[in-house]
Design a protein around this ligand. Structure first.
Ligand code: NDP
Ligand code: GUE
Ligand code: MG
Length: 297
């Protein structure tokens, strides 16, 4: 059999960002409104610094305003909550993202619940979680939404397909399962207590791996021809004698590529889609806050 088709998240996200940029341009020209995204980073985690820089760059490229707030690791919870209250009131800020993970002395759930749900471009606030589950005008978490866009682009109608989501976090696994259910998939959510994970995965037409364990999903777990979305971002040491690190996903790519019908690479798969969908959510939030219609994006 021939190797799986590579699902190109870099190319797809570039197209999405172009469409967003065009709509931002129209908003600015016709309404004098510039969508604004505030990103809050607490502490100096190097990976988080990389993500925040890359979000800032993409936000500016799309013609939006970017407001980055960098706070020291020992910032008291109160101070963070006060900053968020100010961003909630700021009419130039249409989207607010607090980079996770937060330092341990800060209650992340409390911080998430302090964000105005209308500005919650991560889609983590219980109001948006509830609207996603019940149907309604939710802001949808970026990584699952970006993954769904790739799946629909590849497969078209997903109705009736068997989908297995590995991982049940609030930021990836659970909202991914909700979106696939909305698309009429038969959805299984697997996690660390799942018995015989390889057998569960073997049933799947669609596999979404969001575990955080480098190359855990093996090629012989996959049904031939299935579509694999690898959400995992794991930094591992390069094989000796090389030095330094490289990124790998939660799927053993070299094995999977010989069995699957299509697969996202890491990097260049889901990661860039996450950022593009963050920009999309900021545009959607801006339009809703100003009661403006938006072309489909
Ligand atoms: N590309 C992107 O844009 C993004 C990538 N990521 C990446 O995705 C991965 C997952 O992130 P996140 O959801 O936040 O991770 P979490 O650590 O929050 O959740 C991991 C999930 O995997 C499950 N799990 C752990 N070990 C196993 C196992 N051996 N078998 C089956 N399930 C297991 C856990 O189960 P249990 O609940 O039972 O503990 C848990 O539900 C990470 O690599 C992260 O870096 C995350 C966000 C965005
Ligand atoms: N409030 C919050 N919202 C998030 O959406 C959020 C977060 N916190 N904390 C961390 C995770 C992780 N995440 C990624 C975003 C982009 C890439 C990405 O662009 N990855 C590139 C490679 C980047 C690299 O080289 O390191 C790629 O896969 O091609 C990866 C991971 C968003 N997250
Ligand atoms: Mg996590």
């Amino acid at each position: 059999m021939t190797d799986a088709t590579l699902i190109d998240g870099n190319a797809f996200s570039a197209g999405l960002r172009d469409r967003i940029r065009a709509q931002v341009h129209t908003l600015r020209e016709t309404r004098r409104i510039t969508p604004g995204l505030a990103v809050v980073l607490v502490g100096e985690d190097p990976a988080s610094q990389v993500y925040v820089r890359s979000k800032h760059k993409r936000t500016v490229e799309t013609g939006m305003e970017s407001f980055v707030h960098t706070l020291p690791a020992d910032t008291p919870e109160d101070e963070l909550l006060t900053l968020i209250a100010g961003l909630n009131r700021d009419p130039q800020v249409h989207g607010i993202l607090v980079q996770l993970p937060l330092p341990r002395h800060i209650d992340a759930q409390k911080v998430i619940e302090a964000i105005d749900p209308a500005k919650d471009v991560d889609g983590f606030h219980p109001v948006n979680v509830g609207r996603l589950a019940a149907g309604g005008e939710a802001l949808v978490p970026c990584t699952p939404y970006g993954s769904l866009l790739l799946l629909k682009d590849r497969l078209g109608d997903l109705s009736g397909l068997e989908a297995v989501v590995i991982g049940r976090s609030n930021i990836v696994g659970k909202p991914m399962a909700q979106l696939l259910l909305q698309e009429n998939c038969t959805v299984t959510i697997a996690h660390s207590r799942t018995r015989d994970l390889p057998a569960v995965v073997r049933r799947a037409d669609i596999v979404v791996a969001a575990v955080g364990k480098p190359e855990m999903v093996r090629g012989d777990w996959l049904k031939p021809g299935c579509t694999v979305i690898d959400v995992g971002i794991n930094r591992v040491a390069k094989p000796a004698p090389e030095e330094g690190t490289r990124l790998v996903g939660d799927v053993a790519f070299a094995e999977a590529v010989t069995v699957a019908g299509a697969i996202t690479p890491v990097p260049g798969g889901v990661g860039p889609m996450t950022i593009a969908c963050l920009l999309r959510n900021t545009l959607v939030a801006c339009a809703r806050q100003n009661r403006l219609p938006l072309d489909a994006i």
